[in-house]
Every structure is written in C-alpha cells, then in structure tokens.
Design a protein around this ligand. Structure first.
Ligand SMILES: [Zn+2]
Length: 375
C-alpha cells in the first residue's frame, strides 16, 4: 500500500489528478485517478522513481492516454514453448519489478475481450479492465483501423505453426507487413499505457516469436521454456470444472497423453528451429531448473535479456509470493492472490510407470535433447 501511495504521489507531481478517495478507500488501499478506482493488488508495478509525465496510471482513463515513453525502444521478453510448461509462472516472476509489464498470452487479447469475455488477472472482466480498455483505445487510434475486424485474420495467416515456411525468406507478403505494423502498434500502446519499457509476452507460439523477430524497431529476446513431457501430460490429463473467476472459462476434459506428447514434440521441434535462427536473441530454460534454482536462472536471464532481475531473485530466496497484474490470458494461476514458486512434480507419484517410460521414448528426438530420458 505504501508503494501504491508513493506511486500516486509521484504521479500527482507530474499531472494533477483529483484525489476523490474516501477515507475508507484509503484504508483499503484504493487509489482513484481521474475518477477510476484501482484496487490495491491490481498489479500496477511499484515504482522506485517518479513516474514519467504524464503518469501512466492516469492513462487508465481511456482517451487520456499520453505518450509517456514513446522515445524509448521497447524491449519484448517473449516466452515460447508448449502449453502447461510454466509460462504464466515465469511471466509473473519476470514482470514483478518496475519498468516491466506482464501481458500474459497477448496473442489472445482480442478473443479474451470480445469472444470469451474472460477475467483479467486484476479480477475484472477483460473487456472491463481499465488498463486493457486504454490499450485497446490507444491501439485502434494509432493503427487507424478497427483492430477487432482486421487483426485476428492476419494472426491466423502469420502466427499458426503451419505458417512457419512463410518466414523462411527475408521478403514478406503484404499481409505480413500489415500484421507487423499492427503488432508494433499494439506493443507501443501497451508501453504507453503501462509506462513499462519491457513487456513480457507469454503467447508461447514459436511462429509468433519468429514473426516478432521481424520487427526491427523493438528489442526482442525469446525464452524457450521447456518442461518434461510427463509433467505436461499429467497436467493436460486432468479435468477442471468451469470456474470463470478462477481463470477457467469452460470445463476442461483431460487430454490423452499421446495427443499431448505429439503436440509437445511438434511445438518444441519448431521452437528449436526458431531458437537456432534467432541465435543470441533466444535462450533455453528448463522449467525444472527454474523452479528448483530460480536465482541462478534469473541471473542467467539477466545477462541474456540485459534486464536486472537481482531484486526479484532476492525476493524468491526470501520465499516471498508473487501476484500477476493484468495478465490477459494464461494459466489459472494468474488469478491467485499469491503465487509461489514450487516444483510441480506430482506426475512422478501419480503417473503410471509405463507411461513415465513411454512418453520420453515417443518424443525422443526432441525430449532427449533437453535431458528428459526414461526413468
Ligand atoms: Zn486488468
């Protein structure tokens, strides 16, 4: 709460926003800026220095978006890999410091707001979240188009895994150029509204990573996150009842292990190629290493990304929890009030020994390269 009030105070130095909080609001840690209330814990990052003018918090009022950091080259930390690999966890940890914004699965922004009507990590419906409303307004305004009508079709032609060959050459078709133009505008809108200089996008798709690498005016770093296929299969095999506010919009039937293994191998095989093509702009992280030696992995990611994660590493070593901010889409974990870093290795106890041996064999061409061998 102290940090939030510090932020509001800093913002008020640069732009006077009426403080219409009631005494009880203050007690609850609710900050009101331009008449919009922002509950404590909604995820706005702690700022250790005065906000740029105008304060990005003011930009929560759609239509009042300022260009707070238009001159700063935006950095994108992109998390690539298959589903259930811990990308939401990594997104939340990496974005837990000033100057960072954790977007979650940004590729699903429009469907989350317009189709699925799911909940943002701040607890509001994504279509009612002031931050995403402001981003959407800024994005449409700068792109001079109805993004909801144009962007999804472009995504289908560019980001799908079957579109990998489209990105082989240095030339690109006109729709790819248009996709890049609108994507660039989206990241700029997020940077302007949030005030962040680094955006974490955990969309995961490897072909989207390759497409983003073609935006020459952003600093893209790709983290290829892999998890043992047995852990992934155990996770996808579970059933979940519908719990919209808990991050599950509709009931999930468990998937078969073989189907999960096939998808895991395809996605990671393509991700391996993308990582090889990106060279020093991409790195490999194993989920198992991250959750057991997080400080060590964060030090490596600091060097890789040129973002200092020392404070976050210290927080992890002290056993502190994390809270996602405005993660738009991702694992249900993002809705938790407190996220802790704990290895999820339940598959070792609950998965049959036969399956534990078979899955690494089925995926051997890829899995063994990461050190995932039969037990
Ligand atoms: Zn939100």
């Amino acid at each position: 709460m102290a940090s939030r009030l510090q932020h509001a105070a800093a913002g008020n130095q640069s732009r006077s926003a009426p403080d219409d909080r009631t005494g009880s609001d203050r007690d609850k840690g609710i900050t009101s800026l331009n008449g919009r209330c922002v509950p404590a814990g909604s995820g706005h990052k702690v700022r250790t220095q005065p906000c740029p003018a105008p304060c990005p918090m003011v930009c929560l009022n759609p239509g009042a978006v300022g260009g707070s950091n238009k001159d700063v080259r935006t950095k994108i930390l992109y998390i690539m890999g298959s589903g259930r690999s811990g990308s939401t966890l990594l997104d939340t940890v990496l974005s837990d410091q000033p100057g960072m914004f954790g977007a979650g699965e940004l590729c699903n922004l429009l469907s989350a707001m317009d189709v699925r009507h799911n909940y943002c990590a701040c607890g509001r419906r994504s279509a009612e979240c002031p931050l995403w409303l402001a981003v959407r307004a800024e994005w449409s305004r700068s792109a001079v188009t109805d993004v909801a009508r144009e962007y999804p079709a472009l995504q289908r032609r560019v980001e799908r895994i079957r579109n990998y060959p489209r990105h082989r050459g240095s030339t690109s078709e006109s729709f790819t150029e248009r996709y890049l133009e609108l994507t660039r505008a989206l990241f700029a809108a997020i940077a302007n509204v949030s005030g962040a200089t680094t955006i974490v996008d955990s969309s995961k798709g490897p072909v989207r990573a390759l497409a983003l690498s073609r935006m020459h005016d952003v600093d893209l770093r790709v983290i290829h996150l892999v998890r043992d296929v047995r852990g992934v299969a155990y996770s996808t095999g579970k059933r979940f009842a519908s719990d919209p506010k808990g991050g599950i919009m509709s009931a999930l039937n468990g998937k078969s292990s073989t189907r999960t293994a096939a998808n895991w191998m395809l996605v990671n095989a393509v991700a391996n190629r993308v990582r090889a093509r990106l060279g020093e702009r991409a790195t490999l992280v194993r989920y198992e290493d991250f959750v057991t030696r997080p400080a060590q992995i964060l030090r490596r990611l600091s060097e890789f990304s040129e973002v200092d994660f020392a404070a976050t590493a210290e927080k992890l070593e002290r056993g502190r929890g994390f809270k996602a901010g405005h993660t738009i889409e991702g694992n249900r974990l993002r809705m938790h009030d407190r996220i802790e870093l704990r290895p999820d290795i339940r598959w070792r106890e609950h998965m049959s020994k036969t399956k534990q041996s078979l899955l690494p064999l089925l995926t051997a061409p890829v899995a063994w390269g990461y050190g995932y061998h039969p037990r």
